[in-house]
Each structure stands twice: as C-alpha cells, then as structure tokens.
Design a protein around this ligand. Sequence first.
Ligand code: PHE
Length: 449
Amino acid sequence: MHTHYFSRLGFILAVAGSAIGLGNIWKFPYMTGTMGGGAFVLVYLFTVLIVGISLLVAEMLIGNLTSKDTVSAFEELAPKNSKKIWKLGGFMAFSGLLILTFYSVVIGWIFYYLFLAFGNSFYSDIKASENLFVGFLGNDIWTQLFAHLLAVIVTFSIVYKGVKQGIEKINLILMPLLIVIFLLLLGYSISLPSFGKAFHFLFDYDFSKINSETLLMAVGHSFFTLSIGMGAIMTYSASASKKTKIFRDAIIIALLDTTIALVAGLTIFSFLFNAIDEPAKGPGLLFIALPAIFAQMDFVGQFISILFFIAVSFAAITSAISIAEPSISITTNRYKISRLKAVVIFAIIVYLVGALALLSNATEFSNALTFGSKNLFDWLDYFTTAILLPVGGIIIAIFVGYIIPKNVTRKALDNSMNDTIFKFWLFSVRYIAPIGVAIVLLNESGLLG
Ligand code: PHE
C-alpha cells in the first residue's frame, strides 16, 4: 500500500507538525488563563512526562510494526480469537473528524486575522481589540462561514493530494520559521515589565484552583497537544522506516511541542498583562492580546503580525491534515472507496457540523445551540479533548501493554531504549496510563463520588 516512506527527518517533522498546532498556540494559553494558571500547567506537564511520552511511543509502535491503517493495524496485531473486538479500537480514527469540526473553524479565524494583518487593521487598544474579536464571533457569520470553508478546502485538498510528499516539504520550511518568530516574540516580551508576572502566572501553582474538570481538561489537553488517542501518530508511523528510533523521536517531538506551548504562553501573557490585569480571556486570548501588541509596534508590528499568522496557519494546517488522514486511510484501504470520494464526503460533514459549531458562538443562534452548560462549539471541544482522546489513549495503552507480546515490543524498541527505560515505559503503559487516566475520567463523571 505504500508509495512513499518518510525520510528520517521528514518523519520527525511530520509528527511534530501534527503535534504543534492550535493546541499549543491557541488552546494552551487560553486554557491556562481560564483554568487557574500554574496548577493547570503543572498537571499538563506532569501528564506529558509520565503518560504522554509513553503513549506516543505506544502509538508509533502500533503503526510502525504494521505499516497499516489504524483498523488493520489493530486487527493484525491482535491474537486470532480477539481480532474482531480489537479492530474496533482502530475506529478511534473517526474521532478526528469530530475534532476537525471546531479545529477548522478556528483555522478560519486565523485566516481572517491574516487578512486583517495584511490590511494593517488591528487596534493598539486592548479593549478595541477585544471588541473586534467579540464582534467577529458574535455577528460576522458570513465571513466566518467563508473562512471556515476555506480552511476545510485547504485541509482536504492537501489530504487528497497525499499527505506525505507535500507535508515533508512544507514542514521543513514552516516549522523552523514558526520557532524563529516565537523566539523573536519571546525576546520582545522578556523586555516588557509584565514578563515576570506572566512567568509567575504560568509557573506558580495554587492547587485550590484545580477541580475534577480542570484536572480532566489538563490530562485531555496533554493528549490533544501530542496528537495522542485518535491514531494520527499511528497513521504517520505506518509510513516511517522500520529503522526508526521510536523512543528518541518521541522525546524530540514531545520536547518541541512543550517548548512551543510554554513559549506561546509566556509571550501571550506578557503582552496581555502589559495591557490589562486579568488573565481569563477564553478562546479569544490569542486574537486579542497579540494583535493589540502588533498594532502598537507600527510598521515592524505589521510585518511580524503577517509572518505570525502565516506561521500559525501552517502549524494548524499540518495538524489538521494529520487529524483527517487516519479516517481517509481506513475508508480507502478497507472499503475500497476512492480517495476523492472519501475526501469529499468527509469534507462536507466536517464543514456542516463545523458551521453549526461556529453558529453556536454567534449572538443570534447561541441560545438555540447551547445545551446545558456549554454551547455546541465548547461541547465538541470538551467531548473530543476530555473524553474521546483519553479513552483512545486507554485503549492504546491496554493493547500495547497487554495484548502485543512483550518480546515483540521489546524488539521493536531495541534500537532506542535500554532495559531500564523499557521497564519504566512498560510500567507506564500497563499501569500508570490506563489506571491514572481512567481514575481522572471517572472522577469527573462523578462515578467516584
Ligand atoms: N496536536 C494538535 C494541536 O496541538 C491537534 C491534534 C489532536 C492533532 C489530535 C492530531 C490529533 O493542535
């Protein structure tokens, strides 16, 4: 089934491209803002370290051992008598389509802000900047629908063309560019008097601010940001060389991903605190604080803002295609549906559900599209990030920890793990990941009292 394997660097960049996205630059800062700062950051970092990296390795392993789509991979590795059951695990790939609904709405916002950056239309006053964003979300439905359409078309046309060739090249240029822009922004924010406050906000923890929902969101976010729990990493790893040093690559990717998130958080909060005092700004954070600071910087600011939104667009798109590809790969390989047909059908579904999510933020429709405590947009985010990905993670952990024979996993990790690390890894995959994540899930659902 393979026409192309990733080169070594190409593989790392593709997986890093999947991991680094809106989760790091948009979600992480605003979640930190609304969920109590440092305590949220600490839980997130802790989960990345003791569960995230192990599951990253586990997902890579399933893909790399089989070189197949996620359903076929589970089927191939499961023992004879339980193939039918385990293959269901591979259908976790379809939760990607649900993620993509709100993800592509936000890519639409990024596109619109890129357009505004070109027109030099940001306000230096943070209140005015906030009004611009709130007005856009609340009232400018047609622009949003159009931007969302563009996001869906761009994402699925790249997926249609085949992820690998194009992606390797795009990532090679844009990921370094994104890192350079962020380092520049970080440098600038260090010079602001508010940097210290941002630093404390991110790294001083106050556990009284953590409740079961924030705990689950922090755990869920560590899955989201590493692209774990829906088969994205598995699918990419199916196209990696059999000589891939899985553990080494997983460490590099987790480091890159975490660094970008922390740098984005530090930068955005320094800018925000420089202008106002309160941290909680919700999903608008990226779209309010940064544009205002860009506007204050005049000509240079406009230049940086254009580069910034271009780089974020690419970071988001390289993630979006990794979210879409697993479902396409299953449908085309197993059900012999043509790639074109699969792409068109999924694109339409994602567009329509995404459009409803977008409308649920709009003043006119928000009442009709709010269910209980959250509107549709927030439900999609919550349900995928906090429920589906952790559940996917548990399935992967059990499968790799107990179903695939230990000698097989040991051999596959031979070239990058010594015995001690392997023992730690196996312990995490067998016990910490499934039990820890299950406890957090049950706790939030109220089942644990
Ligand atoms: N990791 C991506 C981000 O942080 C999102 C993603 C989630 C990608 C799940 C693939 C699978 O933006």
